[in-house]
Design a protein around this ligand. Sequence first.
Ligand SMILES: Nc1ncnc2c1ncn2[C@@H]1O[C@H](COP(=O)(O)OP(=O)(O)OP(=O)(O)O)[C@@H](O)[C@H]1O
Ligand SMILES: [Mg+2]
Length: 122
Amino acid sequence: MSQFYCREDELRKLNKRYVGDKFECIVIYGRRRVGKTALINEFCKDKPTIFFSALNTTGRENLEALSKSIMSFERPDMESAPEFRSYDAALDELTALSKEKRIVFVIDEYEKKYLFSSLDKQ
Ligand SMILES: Nc1ncnc2c1ncn2[C@@H]1O[C@H](COP(=O)(O)OP(=O)(O)OP(=O)(O)O)[C@@H](O)[C@H]1O
Ligand SMILES: [Mg+2]
Protein backbone atom coordinates (compact mmCIF):
# COMPACT_ATOMS: atom_id res chain seq x y z
CA MET A 1 0.00 0.00 0.00
CA SER A 2 1.45 3.36 -0.95
CA GLN A 3 -0.09 5.60 1.71
CA PHE A 4 -1.82 4.83 4.99
CA TYR A 5 -4.44 7.31 6.18
CA CYS A 6 -6.05 8.02 9.54
CA ARG A 7 -6.75 5.27 12.07
CA GLU A 8 -4.73 7.22 14.65
CA ASP A 9 -7.02 6.15 17.45
CA GLU A 10 -6.79 2.47 16.53
CA LEU A 11 -2.99 2.65 16.19
CA ARG A 12 -2.70 4.41 19.54
CA LYS A 13 -4.75 1.70 21.24
CA LEU A 14 -2.72 -1.09 19.64
CA ASN A 15 0.58 0.54 20.55
CA LYS A 16 -0.53 1.07 24.13
CA ARG A 17 -1.17 -2.66 24.42
CA TYR A 18 2.13 -3.44 22.70
CA VAL A 19 4.26 -1.53 25.19
CA GLY A 20 2.63 -3.09 28.24
CA ASP A 21 4.43 -5.78 30.18
CA LYS A 22 2.00 -8.64 29.77
CA PHE A 23 0.67 -10.95 27.11
CA GLU A 24 -2.01 -9.32 24.98
CA CYS A 25 -4.49 -10.86 22.59
CA ILE A 26 -6.33 -8.43 20.35
CA VAL A 27 -9.20 -9.33 18.05
CA ILE A 28 -9.83 -7.03 15.11
CA TYR A 29 -13.08 -7.58 13.28
CA GLY A 30 -15.23 -5.70 10.83
CA ARG A 31 -16.88 -5.77 7.44
CA ARG A 32 -14.97 -6.79 4.36
CA ARG A 33 -12.52 -4.28 2.84
CA VAL A 34 -12.85 -1.94 5.79
CA GLY A 35 -9.07 -1.86 6.37
CA LYS A 36 -8.31 -4.57 8.96
CA THR A 37 -5.24 -5.96 7.19
CA ALA A 38 -3.99 -2.48 6.31
CA LEU A 39 -4.26 -1.46 9.98
CA ILE A 40 -2.37 -4.56 11.08
CA ASN A 41 0.37 -3.96 8.53
CA GLU A 42 0.76 -0.35 9.60
CA PHE A 43 0.91 -1.34 13.27
CA CYS A 44 3.48 -4.07 12.61
CA LYS A 45 5.71 -2.30 10.14
CA ASP A 46 8.45 -1.44 12.66
CA LYS A 47 7.96 -4.40 15.01
CA PRO A 48 9.29 -7.97 15.00
CA THR A 49 6.27 -9.73 13.51
CA ILE A 50 5.25 -13.20 12.49
CA PHE A 51 2.45 -12.65 10.02
CA PHE A 52 0.31 -15.61 9.09
CA SER A 53 -2.65 -15.31 6.76
CA ALA A 54 -4.89 -18.37 6.99
CA LEU A 55 -5.76 -20.13 3.76
CA ASN A 56 -9.05 -21.45 2.50
CA THR A 57 -7.74 -24.99 2.49
CA THR A 58 -7.08 -27.97 4.73
CA GLY A 59 -5.78 -27.98 8.29
CA ARG A 60 -2.62 -29.66 7.03
CA GLU A 61 -1.89 -26.93 4.45
CA ASN A 62 -2.62 -24.22 6.98
CA LEU A 63 -0.13 -25.84 9.36
CA GLU A 64 2.42 -25.92 6.55
CA ALA A 65 1.87 -22.22 5.84
CA LEU A 66 2.01 -21.34 9.54
CA SER A 67 5.27 -23.29 9.85
CA LYS A 68 6.71 -21.29 6.96
CA SER A 69 5.70 -17.99 8.58
CA ILE A 70 7.39 -18.97 11.84
CA MET A 71 10.50 -20.32 10.14
CA SER A 72 10.97 -17.32 7.88
CA PHE A 73 10.98 -15.17 11.03
CA GLU A 74 13.36 -17.42 12.94
CA ARG A 75 15.60 -18.45 10.05
CA PRO A 76 15.17 -16.02 7.14
CA ASP A 77 18.31 -17.48 5.54
CA MET A 78 16.82 -20.97 5.20
CA GLU A 79 15.23 -21.72 1.85
CA SER A 80 13.11 -24.63 2.93
CA ALA A 81 12.14 -25.27 6.49
CA PRO A 82 10.75 -28.24 8.39
CA GLU A 83 7.08 -28.26 9.13
CA PHE A 84 5.75 -28.48 12.68
CA ARG A 85 4.06 -31.79 13.41
CA SER A 86 1.04 -30.21 15.00
CA TYR A 87 -0.55 -26.85 15.77
CA ASP A 88 0.42 -27.41 19.40
CA ALA A 89 4.08 -27.72 18.42
CA ALA A 90 3.89 -24.53 16.33
CA LEU A 91 2.23 -22.64 19.18
CA ASP A 92 4.82 -23.97 21.64
CA GLU A 93 7.53 -22.54 19.40
CA LEU A 94 5.77 -19.17 19.37
CA THR A 95 5.60 -19.27 23.16
CA ALA A 96 9.33 -19.98 23.35
CA LEU A 97 10.11 -17.16 20.92
CA SER A 98 7.98 -14.70 22.85
CA LYS A 99 9.97 -15.47 25.99
CA GLU A 100 13.18 -14.48 24.21
CA LYS A 101 11.85 -11.20 22.92
CA ARG A 102 8.72 -9.18 22.36
CA ILE A 103 7.02 -10.27 19.17
CA VAL A 104 3.75 -9.67 17.39
CA PHE A 105 2.05 -12.78 16.07
CA VAL A 106 -0.71 -12.06 13.57
CA ILE A 107 -3.33 -14.45 12.32
CA ASP A 108 -5.13 -12.74 9.48
CA GLU A 109 -8.21 -14.35 7.87
CA TYR A 110 -8.82 -16.20 11.12
CA GLU A 111 -12.33 -17.21 10.05
CA LYS A 112 -10.98 -19.71 7.54
CA LYS A 113 -12.73 -22.98 8.21
CA TYR A 114 -9.87 -25.43 8.59
CA LEU A 115 -7.43 -23.34 10.55
CA PHE A 116 -6.41 -25.24 13.72
CA SER A 117 -8.53 -28.18 12.62
CA SER A 118 -7.70 -31.86 12.69
CA LEU A 119 -4.82 -32.91 10.48
CA ASP A 120 -6.02 -36.40 9.65
CA LYS A 121 -9.52 -35.70 8.36
CA GLN A 122 -10.56 -33.69 5.25
N1 LIG B 1 -6.00 3.54 6.43
C1 LIG B 1 -5.91 3.30 5.12
N2 LIG B 1 -5.25 4.16 4.31
C2 LIG B 1 -5.15 3.92 2.99
N3 LIG B 1 -5.67 2.83 2.36
C3 LIG B 1 -6.32 1.92 3.11
C4 LIG B 1 -6.48 2.10 4.52
N4 LIG B 1 -7.20 1.05 5.01
C5 LIG B 1 -7.44 0.26 3.96
N5 LIG B 1 -6.93 0.76 2.81
C6 LIG B 1 -7.03 0.15 1.47
O1 LIG B 1 -8.37 -0.35 1.33
C7 LIG B 1 -8.37 -1.64 0.75
C8 LIG B 1 -9.04 -2.65 1.71
O2 LIG B 1 -8.26 -2.74 2.88
P1 LIG B 1 -7.91 -4.14 3.59
O3 LIG B 1 -7.53 -5.17 2.60
O4 LIG B 1 -6.95 -3.83 4.67
O5 LIG B 1 -9.33 -4.52 4.19
P2 LIG B 1 -9.74 -5.77 5.07
O6 LIG B 1 -10.69 -5.28 6.12
O7 LIG B 1 -8.53 -6.50 5.53
O8 LIG B 1 -10.53 -6.64 3.99
P3 LIG B 1 -10.93 -8.20 4.06
O9 LIG B 1 -12.08 -8.31 5.04
O10 LIG B 1 -11.35 -8.52 2.66
O11 LIG B 1 -9.71 -8.96 4.51
C9 LIG B 1 -6.93 -1.99 0.44
O12 LIG B 1 -6.65 -1.66 -0.90
C10 LIG B 1 -6.14 -1.08 1.37
O13 LIG B 1 -4.87 -0.78 0.84
MG1 LIG C 1 -7.92 -8.44 5.28
